[in-house]
Design a protein around this ligand. Structure first.
Ligand code: FES
Length: 575
């Protein structure tokens, strides 16, 4: 080791004693020459590749492009795997494991001789999990998203991940399409590498990474199979070496201003409600104060300028060809809705990155002054049914249902819902409000994306397309409807939601931010006395740890003991 750099890796590879021998010798076993240990920055490539995560199966190629970039800039790349979370296969829900994966990322980074990290993430939870873990260590960090799939194409029309799954499965249940057509659509929907190609949670979180400044410009929209996606990976590999040399840790990027940019971007793109939970959890790790009121304050009066499914009609591929997120950020900047001086990982300010971005299709990205939809910021609801808050995405809702009073039809849990929803004798009409309990962070467990309960077939057959739904669950970013989500405290934690009974009247008034159970306080107290605290669904292992420590949705559903960062200290030798 010749150079004196002060970087972490020197405490492994820079030693000229028995420990240095051990650290270097074993690392040389794949053909690493001596000169790689001369004090150059050691860069971790944190890979969420897994065949169990279909959206991330191209990540070995992506990692190779990062590796090339690191080498070109004179760094020493070391790739490592972490727990991967696939939205489609994991049960009961990938969200249960987001915090566990973040612990894997945090400890893998801290325990190893790394000076900077490139995170490779794609499917929904892999982005927040890797960012949260990295934030708790706070090394220089860049996130590279895997990119969305190409547009789904089915019988001459575009179909989007998830969004069309909901409508097609409802069509199948209503007898409007055959099983053969259903199977054919499966093959047409997901026809390339990448993550869901609607503005669902994965694309939202890739956009959040770019808006936060932790992703390179263009990170959100280039399709997974577009050569420019690989260029982003390669440039990230070069740039992370520079960030290490300049000593720019993640906390210099993830500032309050960066989060405010992300929240406004979330409204402008009509992004997934899941981002609320993930951004709050990420802010908690890096030490930025962020809560639901910030979303309400910054979302108020905001408009959506992106005409993408599930709120609109286009797909991520169209978004890319229209100019991608830099155009959205430029529109925000020109309307005084962007902190222009926020630093980004390519070393430039946000405004330097986006000020010259050009839009090539105004039907996909509208001007901010002529938005695709007005007043679409996420609305935070409060009232006796959600004292700590609940949220609704008005841009995905039916306008006339945004002020509504209705009779509650209550499902005690998801099994109760599945068991009764198809019953032709279910006492329900389109004015009712569907209520689902015990699907929050503790309840499911893991806060599954079941808040957009499918409507009863008997009402679907009548042509009903939307109803007010209320739950402590989340909703897939690809879903839509007048759906109140993240009710906090959840039913399993003893929230008022646990006390709702069939026939109670619920009042929703989105304009006033109100969600009220119209039942006298005295009656609620009476019901509370007979409520029994649920037991953990599994009394051991990670499920138990999670059940005992997970916070409520309004706090980001992180584990209480993971909030904050421990930093990048070098643990003692293991010899
Ligand atoms: Fe992975 Fe949708 S299933 S992003």
């Amino acid at each position: 080791m010749k150079k004196k750099t002060g970087w972490r890796s020197v405490q492994w590879f820079g030693r000229q004693d028995i420990y240095g021998f051990i650290y270097r010798s074993w690392t040389k076993n794949r053909g690493v020459p001596q000169d790689q240990f001369d004090g150059r920055p050691v860069i971790g490539i944190c890979n969420t590749w897994s065949e169990l995560t279909p959206c991330n199966t191209h990540f070995r190629v992506l990692a190779d492009h990062v590796r090339h970039g690191v080498l070109e800039a004179g760094g020493f790349p070391l790739e490592f795997p972490v727990m991967s979370l696939g939205e489609t296969l994991l049960r009961p829900t990938a969200m249960l494991y987001r915090n566990l994966a973040s612990m894997d990322v945090e400890e893998s980074i801290r325990a190893n001789p790394l000076d900077g990290v490139v995170l490779l993430a794609g499917c929904d939870k892999t982005t927040p999990a890797t960012l949260m873990g990295a934030a708790s260590v706070d090394l220089p960090t860049i996130l590279v998203s895997g990119g969305p799939m190409l547009s789904g194409k089915y019988r001459g029309t575009d179909i989007g991940s998830g969004t069309n799954v909901w409508s097609m499965s409802e069509d199948l249940r209503a007898g409007k399409i055959s099983l053969e057509e259903f199977h054919e659509a499966e093959s047409c929907m997901h026809r390339s590498h990448g993550h869901c190609m609607v503005m669902g949670t994965a694309s939202t979180m890739a956009s959040m990474a770019e808006a936060l400044g932790v992703g390179m410009p263009g990170n959100a929209a280039f399709p997974a199979v577009d050569a420019r996606r690989n260029v982003i990976a390669r440039m990230a590999g070069r740039q992370i070496v520079s960030l290490v040399k300049q000593k720019i840790p993640l906390s210099k990027i993830l500032t309050k201003q960066a989060f405010e940019n992300a929240i406004r971007t979330l409204s402008a793109i009509g992004g997934s409600t899941n981002a609320v939970i993930h951004l709050i959890a990420l802010a908690g790790r890096i030490g930025v104060k962020l809560d639901l009121d910030d979303f309400h304050r910054l979302g108020e009066g905001m408009s959506t300028i992106l005409n993408l499914m599930p709120s609109g009609k286009y797909l991520m591929e169209d978004f890319c060809y229209a100019g991608g997120l830099p155009v959205v950020l430029r529109e925000l900047g020109e309307n005084n809705l962007l902190h222009k001086n926020a630093l980004t990982v390519n070393g430039q300010t946000m405004w330097e990155n986006v000020k010259d971005a050009k839009c090539w299709n105004r039907d996909v990205i509208t001007p901010y002054k002529k938005p695709f939809k007005k007043n679409t910021g996420l609305t935070v609801l409060r009232g006796n049914l959600a004292p700590n808050g609940a949220i609704i995405k008005p841009s995905a809702a039916t306008p006339k249902l945004l002020k509504h009073k209705g009779r509650a039809v209550v499902f005690e849990n998801i099994e109760d819902f599945h068991g009764r929803i198809d019953d032709p004798n279910l006492d329900i009409d389109e004015k009712c409000i569907m209520v689902l309990k015990n699907c929050g962070p503790k309840g499911y467990p893991g806060m599954a994306e079941v808040g957009n309960m499918p409507l009863p077939p008997k009402l679907l057959k009548k042509g009903v397309t939307d109803m007010v739904r209320v739950s402590d669950a989340r909703m897939s970013g690809t879903a839509y409807g007048t759906v109140v989500l993240h009710v906090s405290p959840e039913a399993t934690a003893g929230g008022v939601l646990a006390l709702v009974q069939n026939g109670d009247v619920i009042e929703l008034d989105v304009a006033k931010g109100k969600l009220q159970l119209l039942v006298p306080e005295k009656e609620l107290s009476r019901r509370k006395k007979s409520w029994k605290k649920p037991k953990p669904p599994l009394p051991r292992g990670y499920w138990r740890l999670y059940f005992d420590h997970v916070q409520q949705a309004d706090k980001g559903a992180d584990l209480d003991f993971l909030v904050g960062k421990s930093g990048s200290f070098v643990p003692r030798d293991n010899h």
